[in-house]
Design a protein around this ligand. Sequence first.
Ligand code: LLP
Length: 408
Amino acid sequence: MNVFDLLDKYGSPLYVYDEAILKNRCQQMKEFSNQLEKGLPNNISVQMHYSQKANSNLEILSIVKDSGLSVDCMSPYELMQAKKLFNYSDNYSDSDKLLYVCNNISSHEMKTVHENGVLICLDSISQVETWGMLFPNTEIMVRINPGTSGVGHSKKVVTSGKETKFGISEANIPELFSVASKYNLHIKGVHWHLGSLFLDDKINNYIEGVKSGLEIVKKYFSGVEIVDLGGGFGVPYKPDEKPLTLSIVVQELLPILQNVVQDFKSIKSFKFEPGRFIPCEAGSLIGEVTAIKHENGIIWVGTDIGMNQLVRPSMYGSYHEIEVVKHTQYDSPKAMVNFVGNVCESGDILGKERLVFIPKVGDAVIVHNAGAYGYSMASNYTGRPRPAEVMVKDDGTYKLIRKAEILN
Ligand code: LLP
């Protein structure tokens, strides 16, 4: 099916995912964990918990599951998706499958997590206190702040260091232990997440963060069974960026993990929480060119893809490659244009200053690498429904994996 047939059939705009790419990225993550596991003593496992916040479509989750990966959740909805995925009814205590890695949640939400028996990771002493009052004598994980500068494509997604709301810093760990012991909470695991999106040029920062996290583990958390290093594995968005070389990450990481398990016999598993890496490159958002205008020396290409369908460009200034597909054949000069959406804000810009041939109304645009934090961050701003999602299966057939919303 070509782009126009897809838009005709499922409506515009439309999220489209490629199953083959998704499977490949899951396999790469599985291979990453296998490589680490091979280098560690036999009793230590390495698990990848796909971070659903990147995209929690159930069809995507089942590919994740079939590839041998687990998931993490951070909201009751994501927990519900995970429950459907792993097909369980009431109590789920298998931390190899699920983790609840949350931030500033209500006691009501804590009750939901507890009822489902999922291991929770709490990220402040205040939350540990609330949990302890509700559920003394239980097991928890805690999120620490390794204190290093972290990694991330924007300041908004760097989650380590002095300027972030996340985790418990080293100075507060003695107090954490006193609160945990007041409620007889057993700290089963330690987690950190340094930030979102590092590529090869930032592997050193990532490793530096891991080292700092492990130093804190060694100093304070004797007896800990799980060490969870979070996500952050990046993908290239711009044409001149290269994919992350996972073998280098393994090469740098393995000796550090080998070293820590030598004098830390309680560790039974290392966990990672890759989000973006898995669905990002598999997904595109396609839409229509709805207007062209030349104003004050600028060419504006209006589309039906607003910041409500893909918020990353307006929220972080993120770059997504945009391709124009002509509806009919015509000659057109190349020029610098701004691709914009249909929302009532000047910041509703999909791509600025792109050199393309000038499209016509009725052409299509394909926004690449929209599989992660695309649909999952889409909203109903200005009363527009979120689009449908379609999967291109391995055999070339198309499957509707979520209907377009109907707002009423
Ligand atoms: N674990 C935790 C605790 C996280 O907070 C995150 C992402 C992940 C894992 C997965 O990180 P990833 O592998 O995807 O980098 N909306 C932003 C990204 C926000 C990431 C939030 N946390 C974006 O569109 O770039």
